[in-house]
Design a protein around this ligand. Structure first.
Ligand code: AVJ
Length: 320
């Protein structure tokens, strides 16, 4: 089956059906887990935008500074007339830094959410009336070609925000290989990655004092209540995020505060007191590890840019 054609015009009901299936499967598994991508409904996306502004969450502001400082250099590496392909429509603040600096023939944001994508494209068309914008509504983790930009010249991929951190190492490598294939033999990928650092600093970034990250995690329960007729008591669960130094990742769960049963889409689930349901990993890398991963993905890390405190890295991965 052609997943791409399907993804191009997937209706909102398909999202709900996919969520129902994934939630039921994830709650039936041991250990329990619900994929991170379901955190981003409208409210979840708004909460994530709020996270990006938190004093403890250094990632967004640090990456934005690196990009602002290096945009001209990235533009020169990309070359005149290249196409910018963004994986996830994301925060347009960062894309705009590149759109402003680069001499592009085309901008192609890829995103699974039709409404998110349409909103981004409309705003950019207004602000960049002379730029050709070709949004692609698809899951970039399952995309084999970019048919809409088939005639475009050199392609530069953009995957900011340390979104790659959500992926387990094998998935991350698979993503890089896929990106390498989509971008072509003379393509390259600009990748933003959060770096390993003092665990206390990492812990604080995912346990902010204002409780926004907790609200973001628990919004998943709220979403199940609304979309899957679930009966989660939001006061009966807590956000649980900690740094696993051995694995080099933040692990995020929601934790049941007492023994309780919850109905979800017509099925009943029992949760033990203290039981954790996994929602996210956020892997942290060092430059040596990144270089190895890039190589395994068929890419060569030809440039690295970091901030003075080495909190975050933006790397330029050229097709090897
Ligand atoms: C969007 C995956 C990069 O891992 O830092 C932030 C998501 N979750 N706080 C991250 C997130 C809780 C974020 N990424």
């Amino acid at each position: 089956m052609n997943g791409f054609a399907l993804a191009l015009d997937r209706p909102e009901t398909a999202d709900r059906e996919e969520f129902r299936r994934a939630a039921l499967a994830g709650l039936s598994r041991s250990p329990r887990a619900i994929p991170a991508k379901f955190l981003y409904d409208a409210r979840g996306s708004a909460l994530f935008d709020e996270i990006c502004e938190l004093p403890e969450y250094y990632l967004t502001r640090t990456e934005t500074k690196i990009l602002a400082r290096r945009a001209k250099e990235i533009a020169a590496l990309g070359g005149a007339g290249c196409a910018l392909v963004e994986f996830g429509a994301g925060s347009s603040v960062k894309s705009r830094l590149l759109l402003d600096a680069m001499d592009l023939s085309l901008y192609a944001p890829i995103d699974i959410s039709r409404s998110h994508l349409d909103g981004t494209a409309a705003r950019l068309r207004r602000d960049y009336p002379r730029l050709r914008i070709e949004p692609v509504c698809a899951d970039y983790m399952a995309l084999d070609s970019l048919p809409l930009i088939g005639d475009a010249p050199r392609r530069l991929g953009f995957f900011p925000g340390s979104s790659i951190g959500n992926l387990e190492p094998a998935e991350a490598t698979a993503f890089l290989r896929r990106a390498r294939r989509l971008l072509g033999a003379d393509g390259a990928l600009v990748l933003g990655v959060d770096l390993k650092k003092d665990p206390a600093r990492l812990h604080a970034a995912y346990n902010d004092a204002a409780g926004v990250t907790a609200a973001f995690t628990l919004n998943l329960l709220r979403r199940m209540n609304r979309e899957l007729e679930a009966t989660f008591d939001l006061a009966g669960f807590a956000h649980d995020a900690s740094y696993n130094q051995v694995e080099g990742r933040i692990e995020i769960y929601f934790r049941s505060l007492r023994a309780q049963t919850v109905d979800v889409a017509g099925r009943r689930f029992a949760f033990a007191a203290g039981e954790r349901i996994h929602t996210e990993y956020s892997y942290k890398y060092d430059l040596a590890g990144l270089e190895i991963m890039a190589r395994e993905g068929g890419l060569r890390m030809s440039r690295t840019w970091t901030d003075p405190d080495r909190l975050f890295a933006v790397v330029y991965l050229a097709a090897a």
